[in-house]
Design a protein around this ligand. Sequence first.
Ligand code: FCB
Length: 401
Amino acid sequence: MAHAHHLPDGFLWGASTSAHQTEGGNTNSDWWQFEHMQTPIIKEPSGDACDSYHRWREDMDLLSELGFTDYRFGIEWARIEPAPGEFSRAAIAHYRRMVEGAQERGLRPLVTLHHFTTPRWFMERGGWAAAGSDELFTRYLTAAAPVYATGVDHVCTINEPNMVAVMAAVQRAHLSGEAPPTTGMPLPDGATTEALVRAHARAVETVKSCVPHVRTGWSVANQAYQTLPGAEDAAAPVRRQWEDVFLEAARGDDWLGVQSYTRTRIGPDGVLPVPEDAERTLSGWEFYPRALGQAVRDSAALAPGVPLIVTENGIATADDTRRIQYTSEALDSLTSAMNDGIDVRGYFHWSALDNYEWGRYAPTFGLIAVDRETFARTPKPSAAWLGAMGRRPILSPREGL
Ligand code: FCB
């Protein structure tokens, strides 16, 4: 079959979640605090989220029954280190049970060590840009080493450092009363970028000194930039500060995470809004599934020779047939990049569950619906469709449509 895509042996096939967005009751985190401030970014607090802190077994049962062989989930620094230097043995044991639980169900865990949230005390002392933040991060990773000591092949040090640095810029503007940019998002905060690059390098060293066989990397929010003719000058600083510096920091890593949802067009005056006539998803982003193929190509160009793992890709929609359509086209663009020689080792769909989307629940990215009152889980047709590909040695994204 000429159109069948042969995925390499051992290709990771999974779905993704993060701790704060699914666990619920993450009361000691900076985000919980932020969710209870008056800001237009927050429509509703995370509250109980998906109650996955208690229901993680159910989540894993479903993913494994659906056919997935891999699961990306996060551990929560705010729970593991509730006060500076004070570590919770119970929280570490909890995450260790999750690693073992995944293995028992035939799911290989990819563990994220930091996914947007920090303990409140870390934010109160100045966040990433404050002196000594990398030291504190590595102390937490050392304490958490029992979680990834065995049974974990891949850890992600920091999820979307570029978004973390953008959020720091938003927060700085908010605190100092600066006017927010009129279109799009601000450039990442420079001091935060530098601190994150440093923290990543130290985290890699720390994780490897604790558990030498673990393969370390970080996951960058890829923008799939498209520069219009004549806009090269406007595009250069945006591309550099938003993306390239973070991709270049992955050179020499064991793998690089690619997270892709849509494209970003740049005109002579900067980032362009989504075209009027374009279909928008529930997150407000342009429906543009082929961004994924570009994202892996751009990542490979900036971090040559580093194996790539798609750690997030998906769509916020209430129409599950649109999810299948989106994912099918995204996988098509991915496999054609792979056929051109781009070294991709895995694909994780965002998200396993409908979950807390940083300020609101409305943008539903899940393969599995979660009842907001009973927490009952209901896999959507897309979950069965995508999961079933994990059981086959030869995958064709078009099959099953
Ligand atoms: C990414 C985040 C993830 C989720 C998706 C939609 O920026 O890493 O937590 O919110 O977007």
